[in-house]
Design a protein around this ligand. Sequence first.
Ligand SMILES: Cc1cc2nc3c(=O)[nH]c(=O)nc-3n(C[C@H](O)[C@H](O)[C@H](O)COP(=O)(O)O)c2cc1C
Length: 158
Amino acid sequence: MSVSQEQFRAALSRWASGVTIVTSRHREEVRGMTVSAFSSVSLDPPLVLVCADRASDTRSVIDRSGVFAVHVLGREQGELSALFADKAREEERFLDLPVEEGATGAPILPGALVALDCRVVARHEAGDHLIYVGHVEAARIGEGEPLLYYRGRYRELR
Ligand SMILES: Cc1cc2nc3c(=O)[nH]c(=O)nc-3n(C[C@H](O)[C@H](O)[C@H](O)COP(=O)(O)O)c2cc1C
């Protein structure tokens, strides 16, 4: 017997996480989306992973470029997270953002708590998602408190 999608969603919504935006660039195409399925994987070498929906445009750009940047969002970045999760506003996402180019060529957004610039070293198929393992080539570390996500809502540390 398997769990229903409803049970699965209800169960996983009780997993508290941080929130990231994952970006990538291939030639002139710059994409990014909100991602909570992020994890550290290995210290030596430094590896992280992100899980991306097969249907997402950002995923398709990661496949073509072989690079991505993960931005750990700060407490005040809930609006940015909502924008990067809203498919209807996909073309607005980078309009007002002074994006820099990371060492790998991935777009680096301003104002995140942390930005990890990664090169894809492994790609695993996993149901309707793909798991990308990235080697961290560079890290920018800022100060502040994180944005959190729990039971369908943005939260803060108390
Ligand atoms: C809090 C939150 C977390 C999300 N986490 C993920 C995730 O881990 N992986 C994923 O593929 N989509 C995730 N999404 C959904 C994508 O952000 C959304 O589908 C986005 O519009 C995809 O953009 P794209 O097709 O332009 O790449 C999340 C959305 C929210 C609000």
